[in-house]
Design a protein around this ligand. Structure first.
Ligand code: NAP
Length: 246
């Protein structure tokens, strides 16, 4: 399949290593939670990697949330792109980390580390989660407070549905007022997450989506399985759906 040319519209710098790339490109329709592939010609070869959309499918520009990977040839170039620069994308998006893979439930838990927040923002920007779930909780776990990105967009969801939506920020490497100072699995185990979210994680009512650091995805699943939740599998509906970011 061929590639399409995209043009950088904007780069948002959150911290020295965290940024979002906004791109205009003609691509086929996609679903919230899916990803594209971005590539640049570096040295004498094309280097490409998958990146999830932050923007909902009906909104432009295309937006991708990224962290520079130490010694990573692609992100260290992407972060220095300027408006008007070219980047190539796939015309078609892929990925099964989408709400249509989930059975219906009362509560939707969206658990992210770092840039794993992106697909959840895309989903929350569509009608589907609001039409299908009564209660929605978004948990964003990062190392430093400055990495709690997209606070304005999240605040808009809180204002839209104050009784149904809750946001729980978590910062692990410094004290941050208003955020839990811990990691996601530990705060499920000791009950702090559910207390702060004012909602319990129950197999009969919850669907849990987990996205980001593969160690966090593994450890969070282990804690949830201890609470009686199971992976969603084709033909065997459960409560846990995951996306590993690397
Ligand atoms: P991160 O190391 O993923 O940390 C984000 C949060 O997850 C931190 O609060 C961290 O807690 C927590 N965490 C780490 N392991 C966990 C576990 N087992 N259970 C629960 N929580 C856990 O940091 P990041 O800034 O989002 O990502 C940075 C690095 O990820 C990059 O430098 C890069 O190496 C890698 N990365 C790679 C790719 C890729 O495509 N190759 C893409 C994205 C990111 P602690 O502070 O306690 O560790």
């Amino acid at each position: 399949m061929g590639w399409v040319k995209g043009r950088v519209r904007e780069i948002k710098r959150w911290t020295e290593r965290l940024f979002s790339l906004c791109v205009d490109a003609e691509i086929e329709p996609f679903k919230a939670g899916q990803y594209n592939r971005l590539r640049l010609f570096i040295g004498d070869e094309w280097v490409g990697r998958p990146y999830s959309y932050v923007n909902p499918p009906d909104r432009r520009p295309l937006e991708f949330h990224m962290v520079t990977v130490p010694e990573g040839p692609l992100t260290s170039r992407l972060i220095h792109l300027q408006p008007g620069d070219e980047v190539e994308l796939m015309p078609r998006s892929t990925g099964l980390f989408t709400l249509d893979q989930l059975p219906d439930a009362r509560d939707l838990w969206l658990l992210a580390t770092g840039t794993g927040l992106g697909p959840f923002l895309s989903m929350l920007g569509t009608q589907e989660p609001w039409e299908r779930f009564e209660n929605i909780r978004l948990v964003h776990s990062v190392r430093q407070a400055a990495e709690l990105t997209y606070r304005d967009r999240i605040q808009a969801f809180s204002e839209l549905a104050p009784d149904r939506f809750g946001y729980v920020p978590m910062v692990s490497r410094e004290v941050c007022e208003g955020a839990l100072c811990s990691r996601i699995p530990a705060t499920i185990e000791d009950g702090r997450l559910e207390r702060l979210a004012a909602l319990t994680i129950e197999p009969d009512h919850a669907q849990v989506m987990i996205c980001g650091n593969p160690d966090m995805v593994r450890d969070t699943q282990a804690v949830l399985k201890g609470r009686g939740l199971l992976r969603n599998r084709r033909g065997h509906p459960g409560q846990i759906t995951v996306e590993n970011y690397w």
